[in-house]
Write a protein that binds this ligand. Structure first.
Ligand code: ADP
Ligand code: ASP
Ligand code: MG
Length: 602
C-alpha cells in the first residue's frame, strides 16, 4: 500500500473548522487506499504567541525552556486532529517527537535530526491507523532525553525527514498558498505559481526568506531523493513539485549531519576583470553589465564589495577565451563611469588577471553550518593557498585562487571532505527550456559586517570565519575587496559579509577582539540592509540576466551596496527601506507577474 507523509502548517490547522477540514482530507486519502503519516504545526500563530509570552518574562530566556515552551504548540494540534479523525470514524493516534523517536542533537532551539526510529510508527500504520506526529520537535540522544526543537518553520523538516526514514512514496506539504510562487505573494500579489522547481533552485530561494519551505526540508529531500510537493490546503490543485537529482544511496544514520559536502569542483578556465574606483551611486553596475551583455559576454561570478569613500570596486570572472572581449568592454566603458567632476582622475581603472582558477565545494548540507565554509578556508590556508575572491551560496562555496595553486587546493579539499571521486567540472543543472530566472526573494533579517585592512595572505579567512563558526554564526555573501592597499609594508584588503541580524552585535564583538589581536582594521556593522536575490538554473550561460536586475534597480534609483553571485543566483544588498520596492521592481523586470492576484488567507 502506498505510504504518504502529509504536513499541515499553522494556518491550515488554525481553527476547529480547519482541523475538521484537514481530518476530512486525511480520511479521503486513506479511503483512496493509502497509508498515512500526518505531521502538523501549532495552530495559527500559537508559536509566535508563546515566544511573546517568554519575552514578557525574560529578555534572554534559556534555550532549553524555550524548547519546553514552544513544543507545546504542536502537542495541542496532534491531539485535536486525532480526535477529529476518530470522530469521523478514522482510526488515528497522536505522537510527540519523543514518542516517535525523532532523535536529535542536544542543541536547543536549532537541533538537527540524527535518526528516526520507525518501528512504533510502522506498527500503528500496520494496524490501520493514521499516525499524527507533532512537527518541529524531537528528543536529544545524550541520555538526558531533552525535548528539542528544530528551529522556526521546522515542521517541514520533520515531515520530509519522516518521509525519508519511512521510505514514503512522497511527501506533501499543505499550506496557505497554492504552492511555490515566483516570490512572496504577500509582497507581490501577482506572483505566479510554478509547476516545478529543482531542489537546488529551491535551496537558494528557501534560505533567502521564501519561507514557504524550511531550507533543511529541501536539503533532506535532495539528499534522500524524497519526492516533495507543496500544495494548498484549501483546493485539490496539483501544487509545485520540487524535483530531486538522481538517486544516491545514503545512510539514514546522522540524517541531517552526515556529509555536508558531496563534491569538489574545479575550473581553471577562468579570468578576472576588475574595475576599481567606480562611483558609489545607482546605475553604475547597470551601465557596466548592460554593455557587457550587449557584447554577448557571459559573466560567471560578479562581486562588488562595500564602498570605500565614495567609490566601489566591481569584479567579475569570465571564461578565458572571452577575456579579451570582456576587457575591451570594460576599458571602453571605464571613462564613462568616471565622475564628471574629475574626468582625468585615476578613477575606474581596469585590472585583468588571467592566471586564476575557481575551486568550489558543493552539497546540500551547508545551510546553517558555518563550520563547513570555515573548514574549506582552513584547509586552503594549511595548504598555503591564498584566496583572492570568495563567493558563497546555500549549496556552494567558491574561491578564486592562483591557477598554479589549483592541484594542491583540489587535493587538500578532497582529502578534508572525504571526496573520493575526481573533481567535477561545474555542470549546468537547468532543464533545457527553463526560464533564466525562476523566483525572487527578499531577506530583511541580515546585517552586514565589514573588516577593514585584513592582510592579503593565506589563513586570514580561516581565522575570521573559523571564529564565527565556533560560535555557530552563519555567514553569507562573503566578499573581499579588489583594492589592495599597502599599510605598514603589508598588502591589505577589506572583507565584508552578511550574518543573521540577531547575530550581528555578537559577531562584531568577537571579531573586534580578533582584529585587535591580529592587527586588522575596524569592524563595521550595518544592520539596516536588505538582500534581494534572483534564482534560476537557466541563468547559466545566459548573458544579460545580471544587467537586467541591475537596470531595474537603477531605474528606481536604488543604490547597490554589495553584489555576490553563484551560478544560479545573483544577490544584491540594498538599503533596508528600499528592500520591498527592490523585490517588486525586479519581479516585474523579469516578467514574472501573472494575471491572477493571490490573496493569502489570514
Ligand atoms: P505554514 O504555516 O503552512 O508552514 P508558512 O507561513 O510557514 O506556512 O509559509 C507559507 C507562506 O510563505 C506564504 O503564506 C507566503 O506568504 C510565504 N512565501 C514566501 N515566499 C514564497 C514563495 N516564493 N512562494 C509561496 N509562498 C511564499
Ligand atoms: N510551529 C513552529 C513555528 O511556527 C514550526 C512550524 O510551524 O513549522 O515555527
Ligand atoms: Mg512553515
Amino acid at each position: 500500500m502506498p505510504l504518504i507523509v502529509q504536513k499541515f502548517g499553522g494556518t491550515s490547522v488554525g481553527s476547529v473548522e480547519r482541523i475538521q477540514a484537514v481530518a476530512q482530507r486525511v480520511h479521503q486519502t486513506v479511503k483512496a487506499g493509502n497509508s498515512l503519516v500526518v505531521v502538523v504545526s501549532a495552530m495559527g500563530k500559537t508559536t509566535d504567541g508563546l515566544v511573546k509570552l517568554a519575552n514578557e518574562i525574560s529578555r534572554n530566556p534559556s534555550r532549553r525552556e524555550m524548547d519546553m515552551l514552544l513544543s507545546t504548540g504542536e502537542q495541542v494540534t496532534i491531539a485535536l486532529l486525532s480526535m477529529a479523525l476518530q470522530e469521523i470514524g478514522q482510526p488515528a493516534i497522536s505522537m510527540t517527537g519523543a514518542q516517535v523517536g525523532i532523535v536529535t542533537e542536544a542543541e536547543h532551539t536549532r537541533a538537527r535530526i540524527l535518526e528516526i526510529q520507525t518501528e512504533r510508527v510502522k506498527r500503528h500504520l500496520n494496524d490501520g491507523k493514521v499516525v499524527v506526529v507533532a512537527g518541529f520537535q524531537g528528543i536529544s540522544s545524550n541520555g538526558e532525553l531533552e525535548i528539542t526543537t528544530l528551529g522556526r518553520g521546522g515542521s517541514d523538516t520533520s515531515a520530509v525527514a519522516l518521509a525519508a526514514a519511512l521510505q514514503a512514496d512522497f511527501c506533501e506539504i499543505y499550506t496557505d498558498v497554492p504552492g511555490i510562487l515566483t516570490t512572496d505573494p504577500r509582497l507581490v500579489p501577482e506572483a505566479q505559481l510554478m509547476a516545478e522547481i529543482t531542489c537546488n533552485e529551491m535551496l537558494e530561494l528557501a534560505s533567502l526568506g521564501a519561507k514557504v519551505l524550511h531550507p533543511r526540508a529541501v536539503e533532506i529531500a535532495r539528499n534522500y531523493c524524497v519526492p516533495l510537493v507543496v500544495r494548498s490546503s484549501w483546493t485539490d490543485d496539483p501544487g509545485t513539485w520540487v524535483t530531486t537529482p538522481i538517486h544516491q544511496e545514503r545512510s539514514l544514520i546522522n540524517l541531517e549531519i552526515a556529509r555536508p559536502v558531496d563534491a569538489v569542483e574545479f575550473d581553471s578556465n577562468q579570468a578576472r576583470v576588475a574595475l576599481l574606483r567606480v562611483p558609489d551611486k545607482p546605475g553604475v553596475a547597470a551601465k557596466l553589465f548592460g554593455e557587457i551583455s550587449r557584447q554577448q559576454v557571459d559573466v560567471d561570478l560578479i562581486i562588488q564589495s562595500i564602498h570605500e569613500g565614495n567609490s566601489n570596486d566591481i569584479a567579475f570572472t569570465v571564461t578565458t577565451p572571452i577575456l579579451k572581449r570582456a576587457e575591451a568592454v570594460a576599458s571602453a566603458i571605464a571613462p564613462a563611469l568616471r565622475s564628471p567632476s574629475h574626468p582625468n582622475s585615476d578613477e575606474a581603472e581596469v585590472m585583468v588577471e588571467q592566471d586564476i582558477a575557481k575551486v568550489s565545494i558543493s552539497g546540500a548540507g551547508m545551510i546553517g553550518r558555518p563550520g563547513v565554509a570555515a573548514k574549506m578556508f582552513a584547509t586552503l590556508a594549511a595548504a598555503g593557498v591564498n584566496i583572492q575572491m570568495i563567493s558563497t551560496s546555500e549549496v556552494k562555496v567558491s574561491c578564486v585562487i592562483d591557477a598554479s595553486d589549483g592541484d594542491r587546493a583540489v587535493a587538500a579539499l578532497c582529502q578534508a571532505f572525504e571526496i573520493v571521486a575526481s573533481p567535477a567540472s561545474p555542470v549546468s543543472l537547468a532543464s533545457p527550456n527553463s526560464p533564466p530566472v525562476r523566483g525572487v526573494a527578499l531577506d530583511l533579517n541580515q546585517a552586514r559586517l565589514a573588516i577593514r585592512q585584513v592582510p592579503d595572505r593565506p589563513g586570514m579567512s580561516a581565522k575570521l570565519f573559523g571564529t564565527l563558526a565556533q560560535h555557530n554564526i552563519s555567514v553569507d555573501m562573503i566578499i573581499q575587496s579588489q583594492r589592495c592597499r599597502v599599510i605598514d609594508g603589508v598588502p591589505r584588503r577589506d572583507i565584508a559579509f552578511t550574518v543573521p541580524r540577531m547575530d550581528g552585535e555578537t559577531a562584531q564583538k568577537l571579531l573586534t577582539e580578533v582584529a585587535t589581536e591580529m592587527g586588522w582594521g575596524d569592524v563595521v556593522l550595518d544592520s539596516a540592509i536588505a538582500k534581494v536575490s534572483i534564482v534560476g538554473a537557466g541563468m547559466v550561460g545566459q548573458p544579460g540576466v545580471a544587467a537586467k536586475m541591475f537596470e531595474a534597480l537603477a531605474q528606481h534609483r536604488i543604490n547597490i551596496q554589495m553584489i555576490a553571485t553563484s551560478e544560479i543566483k545573483i544577490s544584491c544588498v540594498v538599503a533596508q527601506e528600499q528592500g520591498v520596492q527592490a523585490l517588486q521592481v525586479i519581479h516585474s523586470a523579469f516578467d514574472l507577474a501573472g494575471s491572477e492576484k493571490f490573496v493569502v488567507p489570514a
